[in-house]
Design a protein around this ligand. Structure first.
Ligand SMILES: Cc1cc2nc3c(=O)[nH]c(=O)nc-3n(C[C@H](O)[C@H](O)[C@H](O)COP(=O)(O)OP(=O)(O)OC[C@H]3O[C@@H](n4cnc5c(N)ncnc54)[C@H](O)[C@@H]3O)c2cc1C
Length: 466
């Protein structure tokens, strides 16, 4: 009885100090509160806090520290799969902090930590400006950007992380700091590609780019033509300008009612591309791919916010699992290996397997960049599948592992932070020099490992607790 009274008093004290909401284990609403966008994740923290403001985040962090609790910041839960178990921890949700300000004159946006990409792309697009968002409209700005952020404009403008101009962070002692190149530069460096291990981000400020419209779309071919399509695409990527970012993909769509009829239940090989330029030069650039004679051709001039429809990412929460890796190169033999394991004759649980073309600005060191200053890899692979049952989860993991093994000869040495959906430590997803610097920063700001992040950083002085 005493223990229950103590927990109730603890919850009341926390509730009283916040504008947001608190759900303890056993409270009505706890199960809904702990749910991540990725429904495969079964996270069971001791307490879920929905912060309403940076002041709430600060209060929650101070409270957790006073109770000896660790803290897992989360916006949407798109990236929930790599997290360590949250037993005994506070899940600190920022999803109610979605205010966005666009300054068209200075071409900057400030987004609160819970904003999702369409919260920024749509108002920015109204001013003829584009963000460095990824392929999905409702992935969180913060988790995506902290892990690098590889979007449709990446070959022209680089990773989203390197276009940040400031980050507002509640540090593990509960203090709120505004970091930029001149203030707390170590913290600012760490969040630009090194993940969220050094504090709880409450807002990000970023550069916007003068791109109103683009030539973009997808060419769909029957999956039986996967080898021909992917080989042609790979050769084509050898000579395209930085204004084109593209991917080659094998896609098996489930027979679900939400999917357009012409695509539902079918399997394709496809090429998706985005060109920063006009329709005439865009059409000329993609001509070698179009000459293959696709079944469906969706290329058109589209406004920048519509870019996030090109890849047809699921928008509603789904159970899913994925894995990826950087490839130093993808010669013809790598395409053959990928098609053998995932093409028309493969027995696979992978719904989508894609190779994204890197290079361009991504290959050049970003001036004043962060923990991922450039990418020494020509392609990145991502493979994923839907996992409504544990058996399907195992099958997707097994098939993506087999694909990674088959491509191991071309592995670039580390994986892409945002595409690694298994519980890998940060040294697996960062360049070695960046990981060492991040360890020092973690030791200085969070020596007790209070912050739980997608890919943990263990400083030389800390002890692993899991
Ligand atoms: C459908 C889909 C499409 C995707 N497309 C792309 C893409 O095109 N390019 C790309 O690069 N990635 C892409 N990703 C990967 C995506 O960027 C990562 O899953 C990312 O972690 C999602 O961020 P989030 O904030 O939505 O997720 P969350 O699960 O909320 O956060 C992920 C992690 O980010 C950190 N974090 C989040 N908020 C904070 C905070 N306020 N303070 C400190 N740390 C924080 C935490 O470590 C957290 O565990 C995609 C993922 C999905 C599911």
């Amino acid at each position: 009885m005493n223990a229950i009274n103590a927990i109730t008093r603890t919850a009341e004290a926390l509730r009283a100090s916040l504008a947001g909401d608190v759900f303890m284990q056993g409270d009505p609403g706890y199960d809904e509160a702990r749910r991540a966008w990725n429904l495969a994740t079964d996270q069971r923290p001791a307490v879920v806090v929905f912060a309403q403001s940076a002041a709430d985040v600060s209060q929650a962090v101070r409270f957790a520290r006073s109770q000896g609790m660790r803290i897992a910041p989360q916006g949407t839960g798109h990236g929930s799969e790599p997290l360590e178990p949250l037993e005994g921890a506070m899940l600190l949700k920022t999803s109610r902090m979605r205010r966005v300000e666009i300054d068209a004159a200075t071409r900057k946006a400030r987004a609160e930590a819970g904003a999702v990409w369409q919260d920024v792309t749509v108002p920015a697009g109204g001013h003829g400006l584009a963000t460095l968002a990824g392929t999905s409209p409702n992935v969180g700005v913060t988790g995506y950007t902290l892990g690098g952020g590889l979007g449709w404009l990446a070959r022209r403008y680089g990773l989203a992380a390197n276009s940040l101009t400031a980050a507002e962070i509640v540090t593990p002692d509960g203090g709120l700091v505004r970091t930029d190149a001149g203030h707390e530069p170590d913290l600012f460096w760490a969040v630009r590609g090194g993940g969220g291990s050094v504090g709880v981000v409450t807002a990000l400020e970023m550069v916007l780019y003068p791109v109103r419209e683009l030539y973009a779309g997808a060419l769909f071919f029957p999956i039986q033509r996967a080898a021909q399509v992917l080989h042609t695409w790979r050769e084509w990527t050898g000579a395209v300008p930085d204004e084109i970012t593209s991917l080659g993909r094998i896609l098996r769509l489930p027979p679900l009612p939400g999917i357009p009829e012409r695509l539902r239940g079918r399997a394709f090989a496809l090429v998706e591309a985005v060109y920063i330029g006009d329709v005439l030069s865009g059409a000329e650039l993609i001509r070698p791919l179009r000459e293959l004679g696709p079944d469906i051709d969706t290329f058109a001039m589209i406004p920048a916010p519509a870019l996030q429809q090109v890849n047809m990412d699921p928008e509603e929460p789904v159970p899913n699992q994925g894995d990826g890796e950087f490839l130093a190169d993808a010669p013809a033999a790598a395409i053959d290996a990928l098609v053998a394991l995932t093409g028309p004759d493969a027995d696979t649980s992978l719904a989508s397997v894609e190779l994204r073309h890197l290079g361009g600005a991504l290959a050049r060191t970003a001036r004043g960049g962060g923990a991922q200053p450039k990418i020494d890899a020509k392609y990145v692979m991502f493979a994923g599948g839907f996992t409504p049952t544990p058996e399907l989860g195992d099958a997707v993991r097994e098939h993506s592992r087999a694909l990674k093994d088959a491509l191991a000869r071309w592995h670039a040495g580390y994986d892409y932070y945002n595409f690694e959906e298994t519980a890998a430590e940060a040294h697996v997803v960062l360049p070695p020099a960046s990981y060492r610097r991040l360890q020092e920063i973690k030791a200085a700001y969070d020596p007790d490992q209070t912050i739980i992040s997608a890919h943990p950083v263990w400083s030389a002085r800390s002890h692993r607790r899991w």
